[in-house]
Design a protein around this ligand. Sequence first.
Ligand SMILES: Cc1ncc(COP(=O)(O)O)c(C=O)c1O
Length: 384
Amino acid sequence: MKKITSFKVMDILEKAIEMDDVIHLEIGEPDFDTPEEIKEEGIRAIREEKIGYTHSFGMKKLREAVAEYYNSHYGTSIRYDNVVVTSGTSPALILGIEAILEYSGKKEILASNPGYACYPNFVSFLNGELITYELDLKNGFKQDIQAIKSKITDNTAAILINSPCNPTGVVMSPEDYRELAGLGVTIISDEIYQGLVYEGKRYDSILNYTENAIVLNGFSKLFAMTGWRLGYVIVPDKYLDLTQKLAQNLFISPNTISQYAAIEALTNSNVEKKIDAMAESYNTRRLFALDELQKQGLEIAAIPQGAYYIIIDVRKFTNDSLKFCYDLLMNARVAVTPGIDFGSNLEGCIRISYATSIENLKEGINRLGKYLNSLKNLPHFNEV
Ligand SMILES: Cc1ncc(COP(=O)(O)O)c(C=O)c1O
């Protein structure tokens, strides 16, 4: 496992699971059920014995549905034959990154610090080199094109972006996309939290700004389908042969039952209404959590516009976010994620998820506030 770093959050999560009366704000997973209409199609597929392998790229009907969904929701004009279905966005990342590394013969993938914790592991596993560009807390972790530009070399294979961003909730503006596209480097765009945007355009894609891009997306977040394990990668023609070779060898085919369910997810108008209601509910929780955090005097590092995470700056109390999270769990029974999991620029911060009920948010934030106040009252408290 030398190429893979383990996440500190797992230590916290495993400890939290063993304990009673813990408020869980660490989990990045929808708390909603998968809509009934989707579940029914999965059950029907099993009953009708639709359980064999499919084409390594996924079923044509699903690939067509993805293309149509992207075009109608994101405003793109993609064709179904560029859609490769995978068993989750995580395998899509493997296909997308490997295709670029192999095709370009270059090694470097640029990604932000802070950024999604798994990216460095994917790149390292695939023998690439992750080069980070720095996003600044002072700037609310907004995209920084100059920072990216300064890291581009002859060996840059791609720039890996994620909007809305896990962990910061920052959403790229059309201007950001335009500038990024103008750099002339291939973009890998992880769009898994698109549709969960609460300020600005609800859906946008790098494909509206450049064709020189590989897009990753999936059903886990927007459709509340984490355990169904289904995602996809949209690749330009030139990578298709390579992607097919990889998909066939690594995965044979994506999960068949979930593919039937996913067609329903993309085409049933009742599902669409439920998805809209979920997104609305996340927004209500976001506003509630921001308000509660402010009432408790907690420092919000960046106002999130998308996904379902908020970064809280606790640098006054610690420069060791892992230890802070552990102590918080043991003393106040609230589980949160240490910022360090997402890169050195988030050390001294914590991430909470608002994919949970208003009651949990209220109680969790209240406990967090009380705990921080108790720290302030300690005789040896002096701001770090
Ligand atoms: C930014 C980002 N990309 C990809 C994934 C992986 O999602 P999937 O469940 O589709 O593998 C996650 C999951 O948390 C994520 O946050």
